[in-house]
Ligand binder design. Structure first.
Ligand code: ZN
Length: 380
């Protein structure tokens, strides 16, 4: 069996779809008209991802407001915000280029998802002929909806976390029930938790272990057999072709990250300056027995923020080098991040989201071909 490979989740939304989202926010088009644009983008995403030869595909999150907010709002501007939320919450992240993304703020209980990933998955699945994956948001990201320090009157942090864990579990179970072969949990806030950015208070609160424990509260509700197909994605961010926490040393994250009892990890690596050091860290920290499941590290071999397309040979070389430090039965290949985790993203380094889509499919093709090459070279 060749080295396993899969994408993280998102693709840039076509300019036409981004314009439709803006028109929907302004009340100029109906929900049905927006859905028609999402349908077209999801169909195109699946067909073109299947054409790359990759064994598992996704709809590129064309229907989601973002990787983090799909359960609670229809658009990033706040149209269709779920109950008990206001628009003015904490910064999720301040990126290196100076732009930021802000989360909604919980105003009371109970906390409920209004949209599960499976609701979006089910609309896209008819377009696929290959197995599909689904990404979901980590409970540790939605932890940040609750005020950082104060308790909400009538809805304690503990009550919120109980509700959040139930919703996150349901999100994963529904995705599997809808037919997803694999479900990966986006955990971009993991590396950011060690950023200690004075402009963004939560990153100075040493929340990493809190995040790990919270995510395990959900992951541990699944059997080892189920957890084989439950992944965790880590990255230093990837929005508007910029990052938020590439300056945080992986040595501060990886030993904790592999404590999560997930079966596989999608790890940004192509854009790291010293990749081999990180392969080594992975080899030292990955577990052969995480409560009954052998963990697999899918290393990032594609940089979605850089318009230069990697060659298959570069991809293969990375995998062969990684195999010096990571057992081949615990090695996989992925992209460093989704190609556009937020729906509104003009992909500035690429020049346009439509061009960035063309580049993304070329990159996914290179990943697939590189995996084939490396599998031959490594004899797996
Ligand atoms: Zn990412």
């Amino acid at each position: 069996m060749p080295i396993p490979t899969e994408n993280v989740g998102s693709l840039p939304r076509p300019m036409k779809l981004q314009e439709a989202i803006a028109a929907y926010d302004k009340g100029e088009i109906t929900k049905e008209q927006l859905t028609a644009e999402q349908d077209a983008a999801a169909k195109d995403s699946i067909e073109r991802m299947e054409a790359t030869g990759t064994p598992i595909v996704s709809d590129g999150e064309q229907r989601a407001s973002s990787f983090a907010t799909y359960p609670i709002t229809d658009t990033l501007a706040g149209t269709g915000l779920a109950d008990n939320l206001a628009g003015d919450g904490q910064f999720f992240a301040i990126f290196d280029d100076g732009h930021h993304r802000q989360l909604p703020r919980l105003t009371g209980g109970p906390f409920r998802y209004k949209t599960y990933a499976a609701d979006l998955f089910e609309q896209s699945k008819p377009y696929a002929t290959k197995p599909m994956k689904q990404a979901v948001i980590a409970p540790s990201m939605l932890y940040l909806l609750y005020p950082l320090k104060e308790e909400l009157e009538g809805y304690s942090r503990e009550q919120f976390l109980d509700d959040l864990c139930d919703e996150a579990e349901k999100d994963i179970r529904k995705a599997f029930a809808a037919g997803a072969e694999r479900v990966s949990i986006d955990f971009t806030e993991g590396r950011l938790a060690n950023k200690r950015d004075a402009r963004n208070p939560w990153t100075g609160e040493n929340l990493l272990q809190t995040f790990i424990d919270l995510n395990n509260r959900v992951i541990d509700r699944f059997t080892p057999e189920e957890r084989k197909d439950i992944g965790i994605h880590t990255c230093p961010g990837g929005d508007c072709d910029s990052v938020h926490s590439a300056d945080v040393d992986y040595a501060e994250l990886l030993p904790s990250m592999f404590q999560m009892n997930a079966g596989y990890f999608l790890i940004q690596l192509a854009s790291e300056t010293d990749k081999e050091r990180v392969y080594k860290l992975i080899g030292e920290n990955i577990r052969a027995d995480a409560n009954g499941v052998k963990q697999v590290a899918f290393i990032g071999v594609i940089d979605p923020l850089n318009p230069t397309v990697e060659t298959a040979e570069q991809v293969a070389q990375d995998l062969v080098t990684a195999a010096k430090h990571i057992p081949t039965d615990q090695l996989g290949a992925t992209d460093d991040c989704g190609f556009s985790p937020f729906s509104i993203d003009v992909k500035p380094k690429h020049g346009s989201p439509d061009f960035a889509r063309d580049i993304a499919f070329q990159k996914i093709t290179a990943r697939e071909q590189g995996v084939q090459l490396a599998s031959e070279q490594l004899g797996v």
